[in-house]
Design a protein. Structure first.
Length: 317
């Protein structure tokens, strides 16, 4: 009587298609979960910021306290509604956020939406520049570190990634500005462009993203002026993210390189790692046979898992 359940493996082409389909669904599920987590995360952060600010006072007192008489300060607090119950303020605060009514600034009474539209495009442009730098620097260096695993270039790149990630952005920006702008004079000290370029790009009411407006103008001097002003901030922020990309790409590329350069038996084991975890045995064979821990003959070939038993060559009697 046969106790071990017979296990048959699907053809290699079917295994590859299953792995590809599983990988795609896993990535899509990961992206979807991360996207859905944005909403509770923002709600928690907004709630914490609201109550922490209210516990220490109110925004008007924090911004204008000591510069206005007490009666004028109390009048402004009453007009803004900061003297009401804190939970009523919180509910109204959430309602204004959901309707994109961010109010006006305390100092110059400008709509916050207008301020975001004016300066938010500059932030978006800088984020895009820094992402380009992070991709160009982090991914290739991560692949180089993986190809030279456990050698001195790998060690140098790993230490560099830690330094990129651990260095405060404001400190790196000040040092870069001091070296490349003040001492060497290669790049501008600050700003998105010089005054002449800003006037020329803003004359026709462009998109607000200077690089697109400069390309649309067709003037190479404007394009170079915008890019030269973006180099230092893009490098400062991009190297921070590049360190993260390097540390993420290195182990993945290293694992693939190991499977490509190992022996044929080890490569076959690398291909079967996913199928070993999915192989199943019958409940009766799991209870009756001590050799059922090896769920398929291919499991013993996986290089990353210990050899728990040898493949079953016959039936237990």
């Amino acid at each position: 009587m046969t106790i071990d359940a017979a296990v048959t493996e699907p053809p290699p082409a079917l295994q590859v298609s299953r792995r590809r389909g599983s990988g795609g669904s896993t990535l899509a599920r990961y992206i979807l979960i991360r996207f859905l987590l944005i909403f509770p995360t923002v709600l928690i952060l907004v709630t914490l910021v609201f109550f922490l600010i209210r516990m220490t006072g109110d925004p008007i007192t924090a911004a204008l306290g000591g510069r206005l008489p007490a009666d004028q300060l109390a009048e402004r607090i009453h007009e803004a509604g900061y003297d009401r119950n804190i939970f009523i303020q919180y509910v109204e605060y959430l309602g204004q956020i959901f309707t994109f009514d961010f109010g006006t600034t305390i100092t110059d009474k400008q709509p916050v939406v207008h301020v975001l539209a004016t300066y938010g495009l500059a932030t978006l442009e800088l984020v895009l520049y820094s992402l380009v730098v992070a991709f160009i620097v982090g991914i290739p260096l991560g692949m180089v570190a993986a190809s030279m695993r456990d050698r001195w270039p790998d060690a140098v790149l790993r230490v560099s990634a830690i330094l990129f990630y651990a260095t405060p952005v404001f400190f790196a920006g000040l040092v870069a500005k001091l070296v490349f702008s003040v001492w060497l004079g290669w790049l501008p000290v600050s700003g998105r462009a010089n005054v002449r370029t800003e006037i020329a790009l803003g004359r026709d009411g462009g998109t607000g993203i200077y690089l697109i407006d400069a390309i649309a103008s067709g003037n190479p001097n404007y394009i170079w002026d915008v890019l030269s002003h973006a180099i230092l901030p893009a490098l400062t922020l991009g190297l921070l993210t590049a360190g993260i990309f390097l540390r993420l790409v290195r182990p993945t590329s290293s694992a693939r390189t190991t499977c490509r350069t190992s022996t044929p038996r080890a490569r076959a084991g690398c291909a079967r790692v996913g199928s070993c975890a999915r192989t199943r045995t019958s409940p009766r064979s799991s209870r009756s046979s001590p050799s059922s821990a090896c769920r398929s003959p291919s499991c013993s070939a996986a290089p990353s898992s210990p050899r728990r038993c040898s493949p079953s060559r016959g039936s237990a009697r």
